[in-house]
Design a protein around this ligand. Structure first.
Ligand code: CDP
Length: 224
């Protein structure tokens, strides 16, 4: 099975690029951020403070059942039996996801699921620690970056298109908070793997980024 790991901070273009590349190459796209978001959604709905109540989050972990299904190539994520693919995209869940993601017990549970999924098909998996921790033997590793202001503008535009009420300032603040959480945590932090190819998308359009990443994957995997 082929494994492609795409890591980087929020708004660098991971999911757009990974989804398009998977569809063109016939790989299965696995969005690991959605899993951290699902844990966060569960905790928030239970009224558990994801920032302060680590024991509370760990306590409900056994009750959390996450399943991933692909419908027409699109990943849907289920919490229990409920499709939460849209609910997990709320800005407050982004922040809560980066808070539950510092908890090693949460990561261990989700990494187990991620590794299982990588054994069932050729995959493109995106996240923060895929190349460094989840799939260290991935055939291709890509580290996507972009300036934080550009990343915030992209995410702001995305949220506006979905009708989510927010401001550019708020999106930028959330992103800086998450970047600090993700890069600063002790267990499997966000960092570039030594054998990863770095791609800076600051000045690239989505189409250009997709073409560039597909060329890197093709070069490394010998796929047409
Ligand atoms: O789409 P976006 O980049 O905004 O975020 P995401 O990929 O859905 O991830 C949400 C949060 O989950 C991140 O801020 C990380 O804290 C966490 N995460 C992680 O720790 N490890 C991963 N492999 C994926 C996500």
């Amino acid at each position: 099975m082929m494994k492609v790991a795409i890591d980087g901070p929020a708004g660098a273009g991971k999911s757009t690029i990974a989804r398009a590349a998977a569809s063109r190459l016939g790989y299965v796209y696995i969005d690991t951020g959605a899993m951290y978001r699902a844990v966060a959604l569960f905790a928030v709905r239970r009224g558990i403070s994801t920032k302060n109540d680590v024991a509370g989050v760990i306590g409900v972990l056994p009750e959390i059942s996450i399943t991933i299904r692909h419908v027409d190539g699109v990943q849907r994520i289920f919490l229990g039996g409920e499709d939460v693919s849209e609910a997990i995209r709320m800005p407050e869940i982004s922040v809560a996801a980066s808070e539950v993601a510092v908890i090693p017990e949460v990561r261990q549970k989700l990494v187990q699921l991620q590794r299982q999924l990588s054994e069932t098909a050729d995959v493109i998996m995106d996240g923060r620690d895929i190349g460094t921790y989840v799939l260290p033997d991935a055939e291709v590793k890509i580290f996507l970056t972009a300036d934080v202001t550009v990343r915030a503008e992209r995410r702001y535009k995305e949220l506006c298109e979905k009708g989510t009420e927010t401001t550019l300032d708020e999106v930028l603040r959330d992103m800086q908070y998450r970047d600090a959480n993700d890069s600063g945590r002790a267990f499997a932090p966000l960092r570039q793997a030594e054998d990863a190819v770095a791609v800076d998308t600051t000045l690239l359009t989505a189409e250009e980024s997709i073409d560039h990443v597909i060329a890197v994957i093709r070069g490394a995997c010998n796929v047409v």
